[in-house]
Design a protein around this ligand. Sequence first.
Ligand code: M3P
Ligand code: FE
Length: 314
Amino acid sequence: MGIMRIGHASLRVMDMAAALKHYEKVLGMKKTMEDKHGNVYLKCWDEWDKFSVILTPSDQAGLNHVAYKVEKDSDLDELKKKVEAYGIKTAMLEEGTLPSMGRMLQFNLPSGHEMRLYAMKEYVGTEVGIDNPDPWPDNITGAGAHWLDHCLLMCELNPETGINKVAENTKFMTDVLDFFLTEQVVVGPNGAIQAATWMARTTTPHDIAFVGGPRMGLHHIAFFLDSWNDILKSADVMAKTKTRIDVAPTRHGITRGETIYFFDPSGNRNETFAGLGYLAQRDRPVTTWDESHLGSGIFYHTGDLVPSFTEVYT
Ligand code: M3P
Ligand code: FE
């Protein structure tokens, strides 16, 4: 019962044609729909619901909302009660507010990010189908991303004023949405400040992550690939398409993920992420990274903090 996984991210883009080309040619997504407002909907080949990315025309980049799918429609009523009992206002957006979708429970995380929960999105099937399927389809383009895997949200953290939206979000996600903590970064005297957290509902190391910074925003949305080799190939695709790479292929200490970071044409950061890391379980002890190991937590090989990586976000 409750939340199953990330369902979609709604992103603001400044140049729709360029953005569409990026998500199609680089990630390998397919456009599945466009609505009357000019919003474009896309899915990855291994996803069975109608879309996992919504591109909305705007004059600036960033995240409109992130949505997670729950198992049953009645979960939305139960979660609405729990979110409101926690002191957070909600709205139930009626069916059809977004095309091909049922009703959505809308609220803001303590950090201010808009989250939506839903139970129904039109089923369209994966590219390989369900009857004696091939392991991958013939029409793969670009990186051939399998699915939207997770998002990382930047949350206001100011040790001077004591504002810590990472800790507030983490508590809310634990107490109300029943996520579990897999890894955390602690900083400050005695590691008293929870500066970043990775949380799961599935058996992968994270379905959402929060990192502290000067202001709220979107750090990245990440797409799943099978292997390290696919990460290398996705970097080749980026070079061929002159996509701006932020961090060349490497490994995270945190989550053990194999990764490459890059930007869409509006400056929204993307990640292609491979490897299941480890089996995330509720009774698996939480991994903690302290301030002196932060560099290797983020980029395991060099252990260097890359300022552009932590400071630039939409
Ligand atoms: C990931 C991941 C930061 C660490 C990011 C880690 C922004 O993206 O998938 O594990 O510090
Ligand atoms: Fe990530």
